[in-house]
Design a protein around this ligand. Sequence first.
Ligand code: GLU
Length: 454
Amino acid sequence: MSVTVRFAPSPTGRIHIGNVRPALFNYLFAQKQGGNYVLRFDDTDKARSTKEFADSIEQDLAWLGIKPNRIERQSERFALYDAAADKLKAEGLLYACYETADELERRRNRARALGKPPVYDRAGLKYTEEQIAKFKEEGRTAHWRFKLPNHPEGDPFTFQRTEVHWDDVIRGKQTVDLASMSDPVLIRGDGSYLYTLPSIVDDADMGITHVIRGEDHVANTGVQIAIFEALGSKVPEFGHHNLLTTIDGEGLSKRSGALSIASLREAGYEPMAVNSLAVLTGTSHAVEPAKDMQALAEMLDFGGISKSAAKFDPAEVGQLTAKIVHGLSFEEAKERADALGLPIEPLLWAAVQENCNTLADIAVWEQVVRGNVTPLVGEDDKEFIETAKGLLPAAPFDETSWGTWTKAVKEATGRKGKGLFMPLRKAVTGLDHGPDLKKLLPLIGHQNTLDRLS
Ligand code: GLU
């Protein structure tokens, strides 16, 4: 059986690092199995879904290196959902209800007060024609519930223990009892679909073999399996992973912005740093930067995903990015720098690589080499710099120039260590930190150095 998975975001905001987790668990799993990956926009909520968000999600995924084999939009597939709803209605499995939210709340409270589970009592199955006419007169429209198979045949008003089992590919054997659940609403009073039915219809229609998603969906799975079965569809495998949270255990909201893929990209972070963090946090594998998707796929092991939350510190994206940048060969760095319009050449890269926290830092160091630098010379160092200027080796500079120069300055002034090097660095680069001057000086050049010392 060939594997087909899907990532099903609702395009109601930009995706963030927490959404990358299911996006990648599915993608890497498909890669490993030689399977297919469907990007499905769950955009049935017309008020909140936008094309702009859908486009931005596609772009963000492309930047991360996730290439779907197929893209689908639920907003173009309503005919399928209507057909499924009609089939369930015809079989008496989807029934009209007219209670208001307030009425339902009161009933739940009453049930709780009597020590009973607050489960919907299927009053919708008992309405008389007069009652229905009255509801309609009051301007009420029906919402539709799926009748869970948790009752003896022919007696929907007696709830009986009905276990649904699935072998979760991440969490192992799971059991839920449908008797403790209310019949789920599949269609709202305004005729719009909740996520449940379209998702099931699509999973079946698209031949999804594995539904890998966050553990916030575990509670939905028993009901969904019952609906797959009612529709006569093959039930896929399920896997529910722990969710990424901040160190304080706070969830990442789609609208929080800070950890959106767009903002991480703009900050110059590496896609594989984001991917590695999103996948490896909260697993038995150490969080380290994977070289590419294939390497990350090798590190992914569903059995090694922890049962507790996957806590991470946003600063780790920066640390992983720096590790990746420090390990890039010139050729790799050049390919990327060219695409980003960053200046790069072998000597510049060799000089500044270790000092680049992101690839974009090349441009910062290039400015230190070639741009207008304001030399930093303290009052106490003016004379020292004047002496040093007179001892500057002849052009052209090479990797021995810095050593020759500092040796001569040391002999002439008696300064050594930091007292010798720091004023020279500050005068030549305008900074108190930076790449090895032995490598930087030939790039800055004789004339430029002389000018900065004047
Ligand atoms: N659109 C749903 C969500 O974002 C998909 C859930 C699922 O994977 O089934 O939560």
